[in-house]
Design a protein around this ligand. Structure first.
Ligand code: DGY
Length: 323
């Protein structure tokens, strides 16, 4: 007897509680290898399915969207970012795409603060000294770093996550500057200084924290020209998307001493990052951990399922994204 439950292809293993709900409500096919599927594999396994539950590692470009079987009626992404999906191509096929906003705001903002502190306080070099057993003794001039209290934090993209970072950074005594497509109202600004252009913001940032979405307009927005606008000794941290930053420019600004330090959680072409990052003492680096807590990954999974539930019940999914 055919299953009455909607049939889903789930491209990666999900937290156990999320998979339990999936199996209760859907006829779900998982990816036993749990690696990133090739486009051909994804398209073959999508045959006969009603929907896809994907992750940011699945690149759904226009070609792949065009080759998806016509049975696929929705794609739910287990992520807030949706730069991995060609939403325009999906819209042309009337294929709804959903994401998981809100639920990873705090976890991601926490990691941004960790990067700010880790970069400013020289945590990567400090950890290396312990691991390599090269720490000789406490010295008044040893491993000096930078206070963040009293410094200006420039937030590029003042959406939910940018605002959550601002709240945390204020507690550490930083003053907040930001650039956003739209100036926020005073209650959301909480005294933060708006800059009408990204260039103005760069000139006013001792620490620059990136929180904008990756779009054609923001790709490589942090480049040799804009990095040069940062004050000497500034810090750049990125928890948004790697392709907003020009790796070449960031690395050479760090090597020349124009930048004091960087903190990165996201990279171009991750996990195959530019190998030079591994050699830089003043680079505090994490492997895309922004949302990686049990609570947050559960919430992301449930939010993706809420969207699928809505769609298959004939309702508009609350997190449908538009191009
Ligand atoms: C997202 O959801 O877009 C994040 O990058 C995952 O941590």
């Amino acid at each position: 007897m055919p299953s009455a439950k909607p049939r889903l292809l789930v491209t990666r293993r999900l937290p156990p509680d999320v998979e339990a709900r999936l199996l209760r409500d859907y006829d779900a096919e998982f990816n036993p290898a749990n690696g990133v599927m090739t486009p051909d594999d994804l398209i073959a396994r999508a045959r006969g399915k009603d929907g896809l539950l994907v992750t940011p590692a699945d690149r759904l470009n226009a070609d792949i969207i065009g080759r998806l079987p016509s049975s696929i009626r929705i794609v739910a992404s287990f992520s807030v970012g949706y730069d991995h999906v060609d939403v325009k191509a999906a819209e042309a096929r009337r294929l709804p795409i959903t994401n998981t906003p809100d639920v990873l705001t705090d976890a991601t903002a926490d990691i941004a603060l960790l990067l700010i502190l880790g970069a400013a306080r020289g945590a990567a070099a400090g950890m290396a000294a312990i691991r390599d057993n090269t720490w000789k003794n406490w010295a008044p001039t040893g491993m000096l770093s930078m206070d963040i209290a009293g410094k200006r934090l420039g937030i590029l993209g003042m959406g939910r996550i940018g605002q959550a970072v601002a709240r945390r950074a204020r507690v550490f005594g930083m003053t907040i500057h930001y650039h956003n497509r739209k100036k926020l109202d005073a209650s959301a600004e909480q005294g933060a200084v708006f800059h009408a252009t990204a260039e103005d913001l760069f000139g006013a940032s001792d620490v620059l924290s990136i929180h904008c979405a990756s779009t054609p307009e923001t790709r490589r927005l942090v480049n040799a020209k804009t990095i040069a606008l940062l004050p000497k000794g500034a810090i750049v941290v990125n928890t948004a998307r790697g392709d907003i930053v020009d790796d070449e420019a960031l690395i050479s600004a760090l090597q020349s001493g124009h930048l004091r330090a960087i903190g990165l959680d996201v990279y171009t072409n991750e996990p195959n990052i530019d190998p030079r990052y591994r050699t830089l003492e003043n680079a505090f680096l994490l492997p895309h951990l922004g949302s990686a807590t049990v609570e947050t990954r559960n919430a992301m999974g449930f939010r993706a399922l809420d969207n699928l539930d809505d769609f298959f019940a004939g309702r508009e999914p609350r997190d449908r994204v538009r191009s």
